[in-house]
Design a protein around this ligand. Sequence first.
Ligand code: GUE
Length: 305
Amino acid sequence: MSEAIKRRADRADVIDGEAVAAQVRETVAETVERLQSAGVTPGLATVLMSDDPASETYVRMKQRDCADVGIESRHVELDTDAPQSELFETIEELNDDPAIDGILIQRPLTDSVDEPAALRRVDPAKDVDGFHPENVGRLVTGDPRFVPCTPLGIQRLLVEAGVELPGADVVVVGRSELVGKPLANLLLNRGDDADATVTVCHSKTDDLAAHTARADVVVVAAGVPELVTGEMLSSGSTVIDVGINAVGEGDDRKLIGDVDYESASQVVDAITPVPGGVGPMTRAMLLKNTVQAAARQADVELETE
Ligand SMILES: Nc1nc(=O)c2c([nH]1)NC[C@@H]1CN(c3ccc(C(=O)N[C@@H](CCC(=O)O)C(=O)O)cc3)C=[N+]21
């Protein structure tokens, strides 16, 4: 089993997302070297149009990740009171720029712009977030190109944790376009790391606990702090916590997940921590999608793992 799984007596194993993300970054860095010897330097553009301090932090982390693996990054920051047309023009310029292989429009965008319209303007060949309807459609029809980074990261964590996905009962809690829906499609598709039986639960689901308690895998991406507790889970299951909820102020400020970690880890087989679980994997998969975008646009063949 992977060394990213920390075994503990009488409690759930901890799936170390930082460790798996480091493995992904290493592979990406090797791919970047291969691309560079073919004369290609992958480039990622990040676009921020928001005053949200968390978004600024995430974008900075993504730039640092790029630097770590040899991807060039360019950052465009727009005033929140700039007209929508300025955002659209920025996207067009990045679409046309041969030095840019991937474009990430940091969400959420400021309220005054039409976010779906902006995401539709990103060239699907540079859509490393996998949010463009063409890429969403490809995933749903079983012919994926760019798959959203968080679902990709979750799939990789499940594989590392030794979960046998074909035939597994997977319960996804949350139906967002970013996580719940694309993850359900990814794990439902045919394939060795998929072929699961997927149930998607949400805020209107009757008796959530009845679903989570019978699952082999529970993925919680509901945006509700500590929604899922140990008494809603069963032994033998694997829990992936996608929540990142900031609670407390000042020195007491900390991140908690959508799962009550304490009670859950007394019941289940394996669990991801928050922080240090899904978050680092989301960022790692962005790098992976970016080198794939670069290779495809330069027509370089990659033997992918
Ligand atoms: N176009 C777009 N693509 C995204 O992928 C996207 C986005 N917009 N908007 C916001 C969400 C959120 N997101 C995170 C990624 C990594 C961490 C992460 O690395 N978190 C660390 C902790 C970070 C901390 O300390 O705050 C962890 O969980 O260990 C968190 C959040 C990407 N998102």
